[in-house]
Ligand binder design. Structure first.
Ligand code: CP
Length: 333
């Protein structure tokens, strides 16, 4: 039997996505079936995490599985992903050997590796994640890379569906907000893919210079159109939130400025009005408010919005558990 990895939201067909969402909704509040009994997952975190780490462990334990968390940046040997190389540098172990060894111990691997090489061309190739997937004989799940955060996007879709029931044609605005740090673009890319597959009417809103990957936007637009939705891009916050039914905010670092963070910091000085406040929410169709967290309060969104009656930020965080139970059942059950 060939193993299934989950590295990108694009790895799911629309039918598979809909089945996962149905399974995730059904699993809420119910005792989970013990499909992971006797199975072990290793979760390798090369970057910090609160929600992904804890929600994955909770999901696996609720399914009867066992989880080993590894803080990979300080607990593992430095890894070499390149092929046919003389390893006389810093790296003490090849990804090939680590992945094949872990496959003898575990039934699945999760990997968070954001990259941060300083080169967008390199980071966007997700070299470490894809090397693990290539060499592991067990399923590998992307727990967030430089390019995608597909587990987050399933939980986001589940959260929207619980609130709006039917997602086809519903008006989702994905809105860039300011942040002193260049945040990862993965949640935006994965949500674009998932919302496109579900036929939502997507407004992608960001300042000029903060364009997501053109291939992801084009693919989401094509999918959205094929399933009764649409995708438009706007460059003003007012246009972005107007008449939205869902306002989904997240900051992301610009691929354009990836190699020149000083330039991005200077550009962002004039973008401090890119915050979701009560005035922005008043322009929507009584939209629900979503953010994958962590959020800088008073920078990405105001306390009034984050703590307001239309905010679903903790539902999103909780739904990570249910969505990942469905995913783990799909991949390993
Ligand atoms: N949303 C999310 O992935 O949160 P963490 O970075 O805390 O895992």
């Amino acid at each position: 039997m060939t193993k299934r990895d989950f590295l990108s939201a694009a790895d799911l067909s629309r039918d598979e996505l809909e089945n996962l969402l149905e399974l995730a909704q059904r699993s809420r509040g119910k005792r989970a079936s013990q499909v992971l009994a006797g199975k072990t997952l290793a979760l390798l975190f090369f970057d910090r995490s609160l929600r992904t780490r804890v929600s994955f462990e909770v999901a696996a334990v609720q399914l009867g599985g066992h989880v080993i968390n590894v803080f990979a940046d300080r607990e593992l040997y430095d890894l070499e992903p390149e092929e046919r190389i003389v390893m006389d540098g810093r790296a003490e172990e090849h990804v090939k050997d680590a992945a094949r060894t872990l496959s003898r111990y575990c039934d699945g691997l999760g990997i968070r590796h954001l990259g941060h090489t300083g080169s967008w061309e390199r980071d966007r190739q997700e070299v470490l994640l894809r090397s693990y997937a290539r060499y592991a004989s067990v399923p590998v799940v992307n727990l967030e890379s430089a390019v995608e955060h597909p587990c987050q996007a399933i939980a986001d879709a589940m959260t929207m569906q619980a609130q709006l029931t039917r997602l086809s044609g519903r008006r989702l605005s994905i809105v860039w907000t300011n942040n002193p740090e260049p945040k990862n673009i993965g949640p935006c890319h994965s949500l674009l893919r998932v919302a496109g597959m579900l036929g939502m009417s997507i407004t992608l809103c960001h300042p000029l210079g903060f364009e997501p990957e053109a291939e992801v936007v084009a693919s989401a637009a094509k999918d959205a159109q094929a399933h009764g939705g649409s995708l438009r891009v706007v460059n003003s916050l007012d246009d972005g939130v107007r008449d939205a039914e869902v306002v989904y905010t997240r900051s992301w670092g610009s691929p354009k400025y990836w190699e020149d963070q000083e330039r991005e910091t200077i550009v962002k000085r004039s973008l401090q009005t890119w915050i979701i406040d009560e005035a922005a929410m008043a322009k929507t169709r009584n939209a629900i408010f979503m953010h994958p967290l962590p959020v800088r309060r008073g920078v990405g969104a105001t306390d009034g919005v984050l703590d307001g009656p239309r905010s679903l930020i903790y539902d999103q965080a909780e739904n990570r558990v249910h969505a990942q139970k469905a995913l783990l059942t799909h991949l390993l059950g």
